[in-house]
Design a protein around this ligand. Structure first.
Ligand SMILES: NC(=O)c1ccc[n+]([C@@H]2O[C@H](COP(=O)([O-])OP(=O)(O)OC[C@H]3O[C@@H](n4cnc5c(N)ncnc54)[C@H](O)[C@@H]3O)[C@@H](O)[C@H]2O)c1
Length: 343
């Protein structure tokens, strides 16, 4: 499959690495609003930098949208209108209205419209889902999930992410929490019950330079999945470096399961008195950048394979998130932010 990438930033580079390591896709070109950035990624990936999105769309079968969130909806419309398959980075858009338009378009799209919820592909998440589907933990009563980073402490200058301009998607809940919202939906096959949620939105780093930070950088949600377990969710960009990472703890009627990304790809399972350690040895095909959870880079490769196999209509199970999943996460995101601001 000929793949194009829009947006030659951090994640555009990661997608390019995944395509280079894949045997089902080739990188046919890139586009970035900044020609120097496009050129730099094209050179590093031995491909072409196209002068416009339209030119890129004419040379590919599918496009990865890895540009800023505010651009996702327009690029998705153009790409789908050109008959292409799409892999859109998270969050789907900057408003629920945009996400709804994308979902409507995807319903009749000729190609496969997928969302970049790559955390679904982490080995620990897939193993947790297998154990859940097999009923190993019994009936799950509570889930505690957290994704913590230190970027609000380490990035000292004010950027667009700190401004209210993209308030729905650039704070801790919008940027990081949306992965956790999708993981709750993915693991339990149930939507968040918004009527049962309480939200504490905090801005711990209140100023950057002379400007006030206008988005949340540490958010806590207490809630419930519809006809499912209660949950607590923490999304933070203002955690101390030693606290950072992804953690998951499930409490069931027959057992408990915990994971802390600082321990690597390992799950702790307890169905009796003792904890059993389950080591998940991935193939480690792509090296993770410093500070990312183990298997993060490989998750992009596995996601790419799933997408290209879906485009080729290959049989087999799918982990791939679609635009329906993207829309569902966006709805929850918008409502949780409203609950947090009202409360
Ligand atoms: N899945 C993940 O784990 C993950 C992690 C980080 C970011 N992301 C998502 O990836 C996307 C990009 O994030 P990033 O961290 O790479 O950002 P970035 O700022 O590093 O890169 C964005 C790039 O897009 C380019 N750009 C800006 N406006 C554009 C436009 N209109 N058309 C084309 N290119 C344009 C910029 O020049 C820049 O090169 C965001 O949607 C973000 O939420 C996903």
């Amino acid at each position: 499959m000929r793949v194009g990438i829009i947006g030659a930033g951090g994640i555009g580079h990661m997608h390019a690495r995944a395509v280079a390591a894949s045997d089902t896709a080739t990188l046919a070109g890139v586009f970035d609003l900044d020609p120097a950035r496009a050129q730099s990624l094209a050179q590093a990936s031995a491909t072409v930098a196209f002068p416009s999105p339209r030119d890129l769309f004419g040379a590919v079968d599918g496009v990865v949208i890895a540009s800023p969130n505010r651009t996702h909806a327009d690029y998705a419309h153009e790409a789908i209108g050109s008959g292409l398959s799409v892999l859109c980075e998270k969050p789907m858009a900057v408003s629920l209205a945009q996400a709804t338009g994308m979902r409507t378009l995807a319903a009749d799209a000729p190609g496969i419209c997928a969302m970049g919820f790559n955390y679904r592909y982490l080995h620990v998440i897939r193993e947790a889902r297998r154990l859940l589907d097999e009923g190993t933990l019994g009936h799950v009563l509570h889930v505690d999930v957290a994704f913590k980073r230190a970027s609000a402490l380490t990035r000292k200058h004010f950027t667009w992410r700190d401004s209210a301009e993209e308030r729905l998607t650039s704070g801790a809940l919008g940027d990081l929490g949306v992965h956790l919202i999708d993981l709750l939906h993915f693991l339990f096959h149930r939507p968040v019950d918004l009527a049962a949620c309480q939200v504490a939105l905090r801005t711990k780093v209140a100023r950057k330079g002379s400007r006030a930070v206008e988005v949340d950088d540490h958010t806590f949600v207490s809630g419930r999945l519809r006809t499912g377990p209660s949950f607590t969710l923490t999304a933070s960009k203002a955690s101390q470096p030693h606290e950072t990472g992804l953690t998951l703890a499930l409490t069931g009627t027959r057992g408990d399961l915990t994971h802390d990304s600082k321990d690597g790809p390992v799950l702790q399972l307890r169905t009796g008195v003792d904890w059993e350690q389950i080591k998940l040895l991935g193939t480690g095909r792509l090296e993770d950048p410093p500070g990312e959870v183990t298997g993060w880079a490989d998750s992009f490769l596995d996601q790419l394979h799933d997408w290209t196999r879906a485009v080729a209509a290959a049989p087999g199970p799918r982990t791939l998130a679609d635009f329906e999943d993207g829309h569902q996460a966006q709805q929850v995101l918008q409502d949780l932010l409203r609950i947090g601001e009202d409360g």
